[in-house]
Design a protein around this ligand. Structure first.
Ligand SMILES: [Zn+2]
Length: 73
């Protein structure tokens, strides 16, 4: 895959990313596999991974301010 931002090459890596799911609720997902551009650091989340993230986010308690979860279940 190629970076949509600069055309550089994307490399697979595993990282921790925060997702804002409500006004005052942030979920940090650890060990998330993403593709990151070696040139500009833009990252892309693959569709299959994003689907699972949506799944994880739909199941969390939105009244908590900060939740830390692991992608790998
Ligand atoms: Zn790039």
């Amino acid at each position: 895959m190629i970076c949509h931002n600069c055309g550089g090459s994307l490399e697979k890596l595993v990282t921790n990313l925060p997702f804002k799911v409500g006004y005052d609720c942030i979920v940090i997902i650890k060990a998330l596999p993403v593709l990151q551009c070696q040139n500009c650091n833009e990252y892309v989340i693959e569709d299959a991974v994003m689907e699972k993230v949506d799944d994880i986010l739909s199941n969390i308690d939105r009244t908590t301010e900060l939740e830390v979860l692991s992608y790998a279940v």
